[in-house]
Design a protein around this ligand. Structure first.
Ligand SMILES: [Zn+2]
Length: 240
């Protein structure tokens, strides 16, 4: 008998729809949000079927914090998207076309402190090492750790510190090295990647929003709590 294994699953695709204006709870002011259609596509043996819209994803254009609305929810039904607006146009135009009940929104050319705080919080969240996959780091750490601890094991047996013979001690050291080296490698990889990612996000944000490093550093100093990963990223940028 031939066993039958059915391979099935799905993928999620995001499609740009346009923009909408709404208050950002993090920035504490009305912002432009980029809107995406979240579509789910099921497959059987990787043959994909029709896509089905399952909701909307909104991303604040300043702090880049995202929100999701499921299809048919109150928020999704009330959502009005403008597909013609772009960043060169005034925010008020987007308010008028997508959320006129917000009325006249105050416009300033400089970001407020709340906006800067929101951006730093979001950078900190997005560059957290606990969200980074550390597969590569484990492999490298194990490759370095295994022979090092194998030699340590061998030396321990030679000076009589091991209950195993020379070969047994080396093998035990080798196995321990895979585990210890791999773990150290994975942790180091996550933290290195986190710093690189924080820098990358910060540079992209400063560029897009024409912010200086000093502006962000000043905001960070006034931020009431500690933002570990965002401040590590900023510290590294100022050392360049
Ligand atoms: Zn925001």
């Amino acid at each position: 008998m031939i066993p039958i294994i059915i391979v099935w699953g799905h993928r999620i695709n995001l499609y740009k729809l346009g923009w909408t204006a709404r208050p950002c709870p993090r920035c504490r002011k009305v912002q432009a949000f980029e809107c995406f259609d979240r579509a789910k596509q099921s497959h059987v043996y990787y043959i994909y079927g029709k896509e089905k819209s399952i909701g909307r994803v909104l991303v604040c254009d300043f702090c880049e914090t995202g929100a999701g609305f499921s299809m048919g929810s109150k928020d999704e039904k009330a959502l009005v998207v403008d597909s013609h607006w772009n960043r060169t146009k005034p925010l008020q135009e987007l308010v008028n076309s997508t959320n006129p009940r917000l009325g006249q929104v105050p416009i300033s050319d400089k970001p407020t402190r709340d906006e800067l705080f929101a951006l730093l919080e979001s950078v900190n969240e997005r560059s957290s090492p606990f969200k980074i996959d550390a597969g590569g780091g484990f492999g490298l750490g194990a490759v370095i750790g295994a022979p090092v601890l194998a030699v340590v094991g061998l030396l321990l047996s030679l000076i009589g510190f091991s209950t195993f013979d020379a070969l047994g001690s080396s093998i035990a050291g080798f196995l321990a090295g895979i585990f210890v080296g791999g773990t150290i490698g994975a942790v180091k990889f996550k933290f290195d990647q986190s710093k690189a990612l924080a820098q990358e996000i910060l540079v992209a944000s400063m560029d897009q929003k024409s912010l200086t490093l000093e502006t962000l550093q000043r905001a960070l100093k006034h931020y009431p709590r500690r933002l570990k990963y965002a401040s590590a990223g900023l510290a590294q940028l100022s050392n360049l």
